[in-house]
Design a protein around this ligand. Structure first.
Ligand code: PEP
Ligand code: MN
Length: 363
């Protein structure tokens, strides 16, 4: 797939998309848009149809809100975007001249819905932003991109809004940065936007989250802004005023993706060599570890002993977490790495145990 840029902007990063979670009233939409227009944002967002977790919540103003977005365009010159979740939404938004469409997390997760939208977009030239699915499934995210691409859309961007999780965390939706990083690796020309509002679910960590996105070379941000956030009809806890939004953008530290300075290049090259060398060592060690796992597998097989001994495994984890800490490695990281190594070790032992032993070369 070859993508075209969603934003034709000559200014430096970040591209910014801002506006309320939901369009509530014409006045609220216009007040927010006028304040944001002064800050030169790239795109004004407002949800018209709102996918809510529980019924009886505010589900959006529907089609009348599209006329408010049209007024935003006329009165501020801003481009506007809203979420579409079915074909009917696509037809309505196109009628009202919405500039960019976005697919929400609850839509990306459902191939039927994405296909319905893709079919409605066939032959239309409009940029589309695709949020990640609510569950951390990269293939599903890529699948949605492919469906929209097959409809002929080339100006496709993606929005990272985090992934829902059963575990309590400081985030409303866990970022799992490795997923957007992998998507950027596979498709370097996809415009990657960070929706820090839905990742955080609260105001106090919006800036630090936006900073992480900038440090990871994201193209831009989508942040929910509201003139009176505490009284917003949806997502009140995470919305900020246009003034706070402006402060957030001003406080971001923007770093260059690379430099042409000779000294810098030489030094970074040297450090990268060191990393490559150590990665090689790690791979050699892992290979050796698996050779021993194979031997253990064979030995256990001959003595009819099961692969897993939970008490030994717990002991290994505990000791490693302690050792890791003294080397500046987090317990969470050590656990992840060791679990992956352990699983590979089990796979090796399984293979050895369930393979018929070759008795002699001739038989
Ligand atoms: C939104 O942007 O307001 C929204 C509903 O987001 P998400 O699809 O990420 O939950
Ligand atoms: Mn929202």
């Amino acid at each position: 797939m070859e993508f075209q840029p969603v934003f034709e902007t000559k200014k430096k990063r970040p591209v910014v998309i801002a506006g309320p979670c939901s369009a509530e009233t014409e006045e609220q939409v216009l007040t927010t848009a006028k304040a944001l227009a002064k800050q030169n944002i790239d795109l004004f967002r407002a949800g018209i149809w709102k996918p809510r977790t529980r019924p009886n919540s505010f589900e959006g103003v529907g089609t009348p809100g599209l006329a408010w977005l049209r007024r935003v365009k006329e009165e501020t010159g801003l481009k506007v975007t809203t979420e579409v979740a079915k074909a009917q939404h696509v037809y309505e938004t196109l009628k009202y001249g919405v500039d960019v469409l976005w697919l929400g997390a609850r839509t990306t997760v459902n191939p039927f819905s994405v296909q319905e939208i893709a079919d409605a977009l066939e032959g239309v030239d409009i940029p589309v932003l695709i949020k990640n699915p609510i569950n951390p499934d990269l293939k599903l995210w890529i699948g949605a991109i492919e469906r929209i691409y097959k409809a002929g859309i080339r100006k496709i961007g993606v929005i990272h809004r985090g992934f829902s999780s059963f575990q309590d965390s400081k985030y409303r939706n866990t970022p799992r940065w490795q997923l957007p990083i992998e998507l950027m690796r596979q498709f370097p020309d996809l415009t990657m936007i960070c929706d820090n509002s839905h990742i955080c679910g609260r105001r106090d960590i919006l800036l630090e989250t936006a900073q992480i996105a900038m440090d990871l070379n994201f193209a831009g941000l989508m942040t929910e802004t509201h003139p009176d956030p505490d009284n917003a009809w949806s997502d009140a806890k995470q919305q900020i005023t246009p003034a706070t939004f402006s402060q957030m953008i001003d406080q971001l530290v923007l770093r260059e993706p690379t430099s042409s300075d000779e000294d810098f290049l030489e030094h970074i090259e040297d450090l990268r060599h060191q990393i490559d060398y150590l990665d090689n060592e790690l791979l050699d060690l892992l290979g050796k570890r698996m050779e021993i796992a194979d031997k253990i597998g064979l030995y256990k097989k001959r003595n009819n002993i099961s692969i897993l001994q939970p008490s030994r495994w717990n002991e290994i984890l505990k000791i490693a977490a302690e050792k890791g800490q003294s080397r500046g490695l987090s317990a969470e990281f050590i656990e992840k790495v060791l679990k992956a190594i352990h699983q590979e070790s089990i796979n090796h032992q399984e293979a050895v145990m369930n393979q018929p032993e070759r008795r002699s070369a001739r038989s």
